[in-house]
Design a protein around this ligand. Sequence first.
Ligand code: AP5
Length: 219
Amino acid sequence: MSKIIVMIGAPGAGKGTQSRLISEKYGYPQISTGDMLREMARAGTPLGQKIKETMASGKLVGDDILAEVILARTSQPDCENGYILDGYPRTTNQAHLLEELALRQRKKVLFMRVVVNEEPLFKRLTGRRTCPKCGEIYNIYFRPPHVDGICDLDGEPLAHRADDNPESVSKRFEEYRRSTGPLINYYSQNGRLVEIDGDLPVEDVFEKLCAVIDSLNGE
Ligand code: AP5
């Protein structure tokens, strides 16, 4: 049965980093709701402007907008054999919609949570730099590029996200505890949540995630 791999985790836990690696290894497309919303924000439409303001403040974008985005993207042919959801669901409403979608698409959902201590995440987020062209993720403290501010892979100047400042980061943590906390409790109580230690180095976290995915292959 094809899979939907759901990556849950606090801001900066490594959802994007790990989803990218899983996508490269297993060939499932990575669907990052954060990236899709940032693209909508760049479009400059009234809706885009509203999304931009919400994201910059660290609050969650409305469930109705997310529902449209997810339905449209997961109906694409490249999702037929499975896909990775990086940053969705984040509320119980979103989780209900996903369960319905999985039933309709005849896919098994694998919920994986990257668990991290919150304190070092501030450095991970404020130090993050991303290549706007290829999406490679760096960190000025833990994983700097060879040349300051330049992507190793394609020489593009690196970008700093508008919501990676201390005020927005605090708000994002607050939202995570308030909106995503109940969802984590629900899936953990019914035994459907696989938890991985996200404080380990990137390669070790990836190895553990792969072990879980491989153990389910064939199901
Ligand atoms: P989104 O873009 O998804 O942001 P987020 O959830 O806050 O998560 P991040 O992307 O900041 O972190 P990550 O876990 O992907 O970590 P990463 O791998 O980059 O969402 C942004 C906004 O969009 C939300 O606030 C909301 O407004 C809106 N939104 C999105 N989805 C939504 C939804 N479903 N509903 C409503 N609104 C939604 O790593 C971070 C840094 O740490 C990097 O520098 C990386 O190099 C480093 N790092 C990663 N792993 C390690 C490691 N193991 N050790 C050391 N450093 C590491």
